[in-house]
Structure formats: C-alpha cells, structure tokens
Design a protein around this ligand. Structure first.
Ligand code: PLP
Length: 341
C-alpha cells in the first residue's frame, strides 16, 4: 500500500539506481581498507565538502558522537545550542562515550549568539572544566538555516581561542542550497562536519564525518572502538555514492514543496504556520487542541494513508522529500480541511 509519509526525510527509499548499484558493488573487508567502493565514497565525500578526508559511519548520531569522542577529552566541556540534536536526540551519548559535559546555550532559530559563545569559553581556573569543543548545527532541526555570517563569526572566535568546531550537518546540503552557497564554503566554517546520506539524499543508511587527514585517522581507530568497523560495507557505499553524485541538487524541489505546503496550510482556518523557520524541507505549524487533538489528527490522516507524527512541544512537523509530490501535498491539504472543518 502506498502511504504519503510526512514524518521525516529519513523515510526515503533507495532509488532503483541505488539498488542496482548495491547489487553490483565491488566490495572487500573495509577494516583492512580493502573495500574499493567505500574508499571511493570516502574520497568523494571529502572532496564534496572540501576536507582532506572522510569516514563512513552507520548513522548521524554515530558520526556526531565519534566527532565529540575524537575532539574532546573526558571531563572537558562542549559549547552547544540547547536544542541541538546532540543534546536532545542522542540519548545522552556525549556523557557515556566521550565523557564530556555539555554547556548548552540559548538559540535563536537554531543559531547561538557568537557573543554568548565567546563568553561561555572557560578561563584557566583550577575549579573550572576546560572548554574542548564548540558544536554548531546547520541546517538546524527546527527548520531554520544558520546564516553564513554567524557561522564564520563562531569559527573566528574558536580560532582565536584555539578551539575546534564540529558541525552537525545532518542536512548540510539542504543548508547550502538554502543559503545559496557551495557546500565547501559552509563546511569551511567548521573543522569537522557530519552529514547524513540517509535523509533527503535517499540512501538506505549511513553518514559521513569529514575533517583533516590526521583527525579522520584518529576517528577511524575510535570508530573501531565504538564497534563501527564494518566489513563488506561497499554495499551501502554504492548507494551513498549515488546520493552524493545525483541527489543533492534535487533537494531544492523539497524546499519548494515545503514552502508550497506552508502556503496552502496557512489558508486553512485554525492552522498557524511557523513562517520564520521555513528554510529547508520542513513545515512547522500549530493547530489548537480545541479544533482537533493530536491523536485524532494522526489517526484520521492514517485512515487516508497519510503518516504524520503527533505534535511535539505544541507544533506539528511535516517533512517533504523525494517520496512526496505536489499531488500528495494537495491531497493531504484536502484531507486536513475535511478533518478540521
Ligand atoms: C537526523 C539527525 C542526526 C542524526 O540522525 P541519525 O538518525 O542518527 O542518522 C543528527 N543531527 C541532526 C540535526 C539530525 O536531524
């Protein structure tokens, strides 16, 4: 049965071309460095984002935690936005794996204020933890893209204090497209960057962590420690190569669809669309519980073969991706109107 699945861009299915490439992939034991397909993907990924090297990891969470683990020592402090994925959606892994303390700062549409970042850097004091890393997220999970200028300011501050910057760029290509800059320019605002192949780029699994050659060498050993040394993983890399070569440009279409959906949603009485976080493939909006409860909306749309997540923190989030067409959006809007009229 075909569903219109608006829950996330992680629900994207591998394309036929990806499945073909996976079936025919030349593979080897990657822990021995023998897998030609993963080697090709890692080289391609590094080139794309303008870094010396890159490493394939099973998930975005793995990539972020590997970055923290490789950048920072136990007991150090990581400066980070309070609603970042690493803080809220990674099960507290930073405390378990890297053993770091997260120093969370307020954000405005996903962006930390550079002055706040500078103030949060610890001084040399016998009582205080040492600052070890600054983390940024772009595109941010709230649907907004952090301006390039803010990214550059934070990088400059980090450099003045000899601190590294890690970027959670799960949706890095969405961010670059939205900002209208080459992805290299955005990635240059951080020493290391993680990005997902498995979201809007439609690969079945996997993310990349990119950085300097020496950093990635150390990360490779840490990935083994974390149980992420995989064997004939070229099977997955084959899809990842197509994700990077052929799927990045089309993200623009998802952004346009999200804006279209936002416009159509805003015409419905009782629906309040969040308009200042409409930079990528996501639309956030509110519908008062008095009009329809979250559970009812999820159930009624499901009856129409539309999958959504219930509201979170008072907001619904609908996500556009390669599996969602204009007709799907029109149909969803029509169903929504019927449910809440
Ligand atoms: C999806 C996502 C991740 C990583 O997710 P996984 O499900 O572990 O692949 C990290 N950061 C952000 C901002 C994300 O949206």
């Amino acid at each position: 049965m075909k569903f219109i699945d608006l829950r996330s861009d992680t629900v994207t299915m591998p394309t036929d071309e990806m499945r073909q490439a996976m079936a025919n992939a030349e593979v080897g034991d990657d822990v021995y460095g023998d897998d030609p397909t993963i080697n090709k993907l890692e080289k391609l990924a590094a080139e794309k984002v303008g870094k010396e090297a890159a490493i394939f990891v099973p998930s975005g969470t793995f990539g972020n935690q590997l970055a923290l683990f490789t950048h920072a020592r136990r007991g150090q402090e990581v400066i980070i936005g309070k609603n970042n994925h690493i803080v809220v959606h990674e099960v507290g892994a930073s405390a378990v794996i890297a053993g770091v303390q997260l120093r969370t700062l307020e954000t405005q549409n996903g962006a930390m204020n550079p002055q706040d970042v500078e103030k949060a850097i610890r001084v040399d004091d016998i009582h205080e933890p040492e600052t070890g890393l600054i983390c940024v997220e772009n595109a941010h999970g709230c649907g907004a893209v952090v301006p390039l200028e803010t990214m550059k300011e934070i990088k400059n501050i980090a450099e003045r204090h000899s601190l590294p910057v890690h970027m959670d760029g799960a949706r890095l290509f969405n961010a670059a497209i939205s900002l209208g800059v080459d992805v290299k320019e955005l990635a240059a605002c951080a020493d290391t960057v993680m990005f997902c192949l498995s979201k809007g780029l439609a690969a079945p699994a996997g993310s990349m962590l990119a950085g300097s050659k020496s950093f990635i060498d150390r990360a490779r050993k840490n990935r083994k420690l974390m149980g992420g040394g995989m064997r004939q993983v070229g099977i997955l890399a084959a899809a990842g190569i197509i994700a990077l070569e052929k799927m990045t440009e089309r993200l623009e279409e998802d952004h346009k669809n999200a804006k279209y959906m936002a416009e159509e949603l805003s015409k419905i009485d009782g629906v309040k669309v969040v308009t200042d976080r409409l930079d990528i493939d996501m639309v956030f909006f509110e519908i008062s519980e008095e009009i329809v409860s979250s559970n009812t909306l999820v159930e009624k749309l499901y009856e129409k073969n539309i999958k959504i997540n219930g509201e979170e923190g008072g907001e619904y989030r609908f996500v556009c991706h390669i599996g969602v067409s204009r007709e799907d959006i029109d149909f969803t809007i029509k169903c929504l109107k019927e449910i809440i009229k």
